[in-house]
Design a protein around this ligand. Structure first.
Ligand SMILES: NC(=O)c1ccc[n+]([C@@H]2O[C@H](COP(=O)([O-])OP(=O)(O)OC[C@H]3O[C@@H](n4cnc5c(N)ncnc54)[C@H](O)[C@@H]3O)[C@@H](O)[C@H]2O)c1
Length: 318
């Protein structure tokens, strides 16, 4: 980071699950943060927390070039984190065009507007969904990209869009491919498996496992994701980075941990495997470790313990 330059970061999707945690985290480190979000799919939890923290919020769509440029100029923004996207895989299967428009075409608009307004570095929040069915494990950044859903494809095409803008406008860009993110405030129909299991267990209901439960995922706590993004911002990192823990856990094991932590006597319920679900996922995080010194700090057991505490009212929510 240039020592005399304060970070003035605009976060698109900053009222969503990951974006609002990032906004609060960067603010707590003394950086200036502006949120740009249509609120169309924001969580009440996120909105409440950013309001309480007094973070400026621009309620506009990322497809609106004029509003974007006004925001970049008025707030003298010098950094961008683009996290706004639609994230529902099933919805993307039914309406792919919506996803290509919102996640791909509008990403181009965001990055081009940023470059034209003199933003000095930008981060595109991408997804492990760009890889598709793993050809080998652990998945490094050179792994083939063959997404299985329009959502994954929309994120991959977004990567091409922002890399193009980066080249043409000489604006350095980091692409951060997030694996399975979990943490407080992840709600709604497309919440991750951890939140879904906890919601059920908190109601005294058993978790529902699709398939045999032996499928594995690389789960990363949202605060570790925030730390990774902060390191990339401060280093003005360029290139593609996996953001994960480099450890995987099976869905069956997750259910066991959650039931144990809740102190309940429940057994998971098994349902048929969902078509399109990949069997194993695990990231190779050597690149982000080496380039940015990133190491995840929160184990899945610790993360779950915290969430169970909140869900069962054992701890104050944050
Ligand atoms: N949650 C995960 O496990 C995960 C994993 C990999 C990648 N990601 C990526 O991380 C990013 C954030 O995901 P999230 O889980 O916080 O999702 P989220 O749905 O909680 O947040 C997305 C936010 O973007 C906003 N948004 C969407 N389209 C918009 C538009 N056209 N204009 C303005 N605002 C718009 C929504 O209102 C919402 O507040 C996404 O880019 C997603 O692809 C998430």
């Amino acid at each position: 980071m240039d020592s005399d330059e304060a970070l003035r970061v605009l976060i698109t999707g900053g009222a969503g699950f990951i974006g609002h945690h990032l906004a609060l985290y960067l603010q707590s480190l003394g950086h200036d943060v502006i949120i740009y979000d249509s609120l169309e799919r924001a969580s009440q939890y996120g909105i409440k927390r950013i309001m309480e923290a007094g973070i400026p919020l621009i309620k506009e769509d990322i497809g609106d070039k004029d509003s974007l440029k006004k925001a970049f100029n008025e707030f003298c923004v010098n950094r961008l984190v683009h996290a706004a996207a639609y994230i529902n895989v099933a919805e993307s299967m039914k309406n792919p065009e919506l996803y290509f428009e919102n996640n791909t075409v509008k990403s181009f608009t965001v990055f081009k507007s940023a470059a034209e307004c003199g933003v000095k570095h930008a981060i595109y929040i991408s997804s492990a969904a760009v890889y598709g069915e793993p050809r080998y494990l652990p998945i490094d950044e050179k792994h083939p990209t063959e997404p299985l859903s329009p959502y994954g494809l929309s994120k991959l095409l977004g990567e091409y869009m922002v890399k193009f803008v980066s080249r043409v406008h000489s604006m350095p860009v980091a692409v951060m491919r997030l694996f399975n993110v979990y943490g407080p405030g992840q709600t709604g129909t497309y919440a991750g498996v951890i939140s879904k299991f906890i919601e059920r267990v908190a109601r005294g209901e058993p978790p529902i496992i699709f398939g045999d439960g032996k499928q594995t995922r690389d789960f990363i706590h949202v605060m570790d994701v925030c730390r990774a993004i902060k390191l990339a911002l401060e280093a003005k990192a360029e290139g593609v980075f996996n953001v994960a823990t480099g450890r995987s856990v099976s869905v069956k094991r997750l259910a066991e941990i959650i039931i144990r932590e809740a102190g309940l006597n429940l057994s998971p319920v098994y349902a048929p495997r969902r078509p399109g679900d990949i069997k194993y996922s695990l990231a190779d995080i050597s690149r982000i470790k080496k380039a940015l010194g990133f190491t995840p700090k929160i184990s899945v057991e610790e993360g779950i313990k915290e969430l169970i505490g909140k869900a069962l009212g054992k701890e104050p929510g944050h």
